[in-house]
Ligand binder design. Sequence first.
Ligand SMILES: *Cc1c(COP(=O)(O)O)cnc(C)c1O
Length: 418
Amino acid sequence: MQHFRERAEALDAADPLAGFRARFAILNPDEVYLDGNSLGRAPHAGLERLESAARDAWAAGLVGSWKTGWYEAPLRVGDRLAPLVGAHAGEVAIADSTTVNLYKLAVAALRARPGRRRVVTDDLNFPSDLYALRSALDAAGGGELTVVPSQDGIHGSVEGLRAALGADTALLSLSHTAFKSGFVYPMDRLTAAAHAVGALTLWDLSHSVGALPVDLSGCGADLAVGCTYKYLNGGPGAPAFLFVRTDLQAQLENPIGGWFAQLEPFAFDLETKPTHDLRRFLVSTPPILSLSPIEAGIDLLLEAGMDRVRAKSVALTEFLIEMADAVLDPFGVIVASPRDPEQRGSHVSLRHPDAYAVCLALIEQESVVPDFRTPDNVRFGVTPLSTTFDELVRAVEGLARILEGETYHRGGRPSGVT
Ligand SMILES: *Cc1c(COP(=O)(O)O)cnc(C)c1O
């Protein structure tokens, strides 16, 4: 490991983004945190915004704060986020949760394609997305969800998806970056394939936004949703975002009516008159406190620049995979993420039969925080604004110690544990 340690030192010393680590509250510097793809660290500026939202806007401003920023917040923060996903102003809103937004947009897409009753997705997708897509089909009058199998549990099948698209397809909905393996789909090619059969596309960007550059406009994508508490560092339960391409906004209908979508919400009209723009995809009162830190995370990414973030992310995951091959392979650890960095997001899954026990041992014995993904994945997420090359060395060293000393408790995981 000595030469990896030396390389990590040199890489950290030359890292143009190294200064960003100090912008986060890191209360235990000895802990190696590799789960920022599940819950991102807290930026100092985010904590300040949260405190100010509570003290200045809520405690001091009370209801008057609706007139000094709260009402506009969902679209204002959406506009701020837009460049991270290649969207234009007026195409991104902060609202609800990822799953709820996915449901809203999937029903809207199905109703905009009457006569077409098929939604195409894949088995690498986040299960919640599949549940929501099935609910959307039910709400839109029934139909079929086609779940295209991946090639090998790691790489999605672009050809399989193409073959599944047809004249009866209303919607293609995929996670752009797969939550388990980290595989990244070619958004441009799949969007073109869906459009060629007259279907719409709905991308879940939860593991992409803030991790790699995304170009929704350049790809001609129709709809998208995503999380703000992962790579955007918005905090636990921070509301999600949704994207609707400008020319589709007036054509699609939000299946959940609510007063925040109305042209004149304060007219309290008993008839529904939604706006013709993005606002029509809002439902109700935004969760102002949980929305307030999101902008801080977005600003850090904009300041760093997504090209530099992506370059460091690739360097980190390449370094991690190289160490896994050299140091962990003898212990039966298998890299379960794409080896081609072009096809890989910002996390690496390592497969081991006792992955759950190994994850527990990593946390308890080595102060290394990965996450476990069933059935046998130890998932290491790298968040380029705060993750160092040194942390990856410490994670691999810790993992090697556990596997060599067999200091984990063999056997299955207790039921009900995530
Ligand atoms: C994290 C994640 C979600 C989370 O959904 P919630 O509605 O916020 O619970 C959804 N989709 C994907 C792909 C995710 O990675």
